[in-house]
Design a protein around this ligand. Structure first.
Ligand code: ASP
Length: 317
């Protein structure tokens, strides 16, 4: 079987010229390190779920990305993280939302799958469960990073909740053309022919009221089913939730017989655009075919398979 790993580090207004050569190099190294960790699992015959966790853990530990250590600040100056993991072989899934001080939220999502008897835990309860499972916690200063902090300071006194395109609604995203969504995700196809997908995020800067995005919601930001595909999304979560993006791609394949690429294009470049939603996804199907699909200017993305193919890219075509 052609093992394949595909990862992302967020979509958004990522365009040539916005980064220095050394910044580009940092992103390239960060994505490659995550590919190395996840692909080693697949190469050694490991499970797609474990490859997804290995890749995402590496990205969560990298301050460049809005997940784990690099998570953005909420309205109250906190870090509230969301993550989900789904196994395409069993359709088992585990998700957590609004968790604080968890070093690697994707590992907590796996504990939810294995040991909670539930699918989706949130806030304090998820923290209690993490304690009971011996999950690693980290102090607030572990999550302090200057770029996300400055981004938050710029908008914390407003009702804006992210860096995004211009909208009239003052309670919506902030008008700013330099927005990017730095959520991370991974999808994998393993040597046994199983698929898995996972996503992890700090959400959106200045979010409040316990806001939860699409990332931890099974079917919206994350989905995996051996019959069809594994998907991890990134973008403006409110739209991905309403469009049930990840499951919609899977349904188009299952019920209408579309190919992976046709299904991704239909959802991201047609349906989501009509709704006004910006972002993208990574996908892999049950033959090991992959797709990167986005309607934003760019998406931090990378893939490796055992056919010797490797790609790391940021910008649109
Ligand atoms: N989709 C995430 C959210 O809305 C943000 C992102 O992709 O960076 O929480």
């Amino acid at each position: 079987m052609p093992v394949t790993l595909v990862i992302h580090g967020g979509a958004g207004n990522i365009h040539p010229g916005m980064m220095t050569g050394s910044q580009e190099q940092q992103y390239r190294e960060g994505l490659t390190a995550a590919l190395d960790k996840g692909y080693a699992v697949l190469r050694d015959g490991g499970a797609a779920t474990d490859a997804v966790i290995a890749a995402i853990t590496e990205l969560e530990n990298n301050v460049l990305f809005n997940a784990g250590r690099g998570s953005v600040f909420t309205k109250k100056g906190l870090h509230e993280m969301d993550a989900a993991l789904m196994d395409g072989a069993t359709l088992n899934a585990g998700a957590i939302a609004g968790v604080r001080n968890i070093k690697n939220p994707i590992m907590l999502a796996r504990e939810v799958v294995l040991h909670s008897g539930h699918v989706f835990l949130s806030g304090k309860g998820a923290g209690e469960f993490a304690l009971s499972r011996g999950i690693e916690f980290a102090p607030d200063d572990y999550f302090f990073n200057k770029d996300p902090y400055d981004q938050w300071v710029d908008i914390r006194d407003s009702d804006f909740y992210q860096l995004d395109h211009k909208e009239d609604n003052m309670k919506g995203p902030i008008p700013n053309t330099d927005h990017k969504f730095g959520t991370v995700g991974a999808v994998a196809f393993d040597a046994k022919g199983n698929l898995a997908g996972g996503t992890s995020t700090g959400g959106m800067t200045n979010k409040r009221f316990g806001r939860i995005g699409d990332s931890p919601v099974v079917g919206a930001g994350t989905y995996a089913n051996n019959k069809t595909c594994a998907i991890s999304c990134t973008g403006h979560g409110e739209y991905f939730l309403r469009a049930v993006v990840a499951y919609d791609v899977s349904c188009l394949m299952e019920y209408k017989g579309l190919s992976l690429q046709e299904a991704c294009n239909t959802v991201i470049k047609d349906k989501l655009v009509k709704l006004g939603g910006e972002g993208g996804l990574i996908a892999v199907d049950g033959q090991g075919n992959h797709d990167f699909c986005f309607n934003s200017a760019g998406m931090y993305r990378a893939m490796r398979n055992d056919g010797g193919r490797e790609e790391v890219a940021f910008y649109g075509a």
